[in-house]
Design a protein around this ligand. Sequence first.
Ligand code: AKG
Length: 226
Amino acid sequence: MSITGSPLDIAPADPHLIHMDLFSAATVRQLAEDAEGGIRYWPDVVDAATADGWFRLLRASVQWEAQQRPMYDRVVAVPRLLASYRLDALPPELPLDAMLAAVQGLAPAPYNTAGLNLYRDGRDSVAMHHDKLHTLVPGHPIALLSLGAPRRMNIRAKADGAKALPVELAPGSVLAMSHASQLTHEHGIPKTTRALGERISVVFRVRPAARMEAGLYGTHWQGPLE
Ligand SMILES: O=C(O)CCC(=O)C(=O)O
């Protein structure tokens, strides 16, 4: 997907408007089971025009950051661009409130942060990982809404010999992972040599109050987070 024109050219008429018929929870794929809902995927939550409008608005309006992170004895570039927001202080021009409403309809939780990832092409990625449990409030899911080009996510049970389950994350889809599943499964977006357009994921999480007060609601390797 290419971006042309100014933010004003490409903004949808009213990105905050929510019509219930935009959201369809009819199809759900259960990818892993546990007592907290496991890992679930809804491929067609938001219609294509809405997903495209949200993508364009976020691409143009978010202050995307290139970050670095320590890895062993080196500092490496994070292979995607990032942004994060508190949900109680959302910039009004961004459609994150409408996205949150779509997610709340499927995987309800007292989400308080949105972490955004921008994958510029197939070289951008996120390594297999699970979210660090102390950065999340137990019992609540992590829910991510995908926009832009479809990208494959691999989900792998940590049990010995488990093969990765690939899921093609479509624009307008939602994937919810229980807190418990972060103990049992890893997930990642692998690099690919396929020619791909840009993708944005918006990841809603419930962070502990102490972390919010300390401003520790961004990516999990930033600052004294360990
Ligand atoms: O972009 C995605 O769909 C996954 C992002 C992710 O794993 C993360 O933010 O920890």
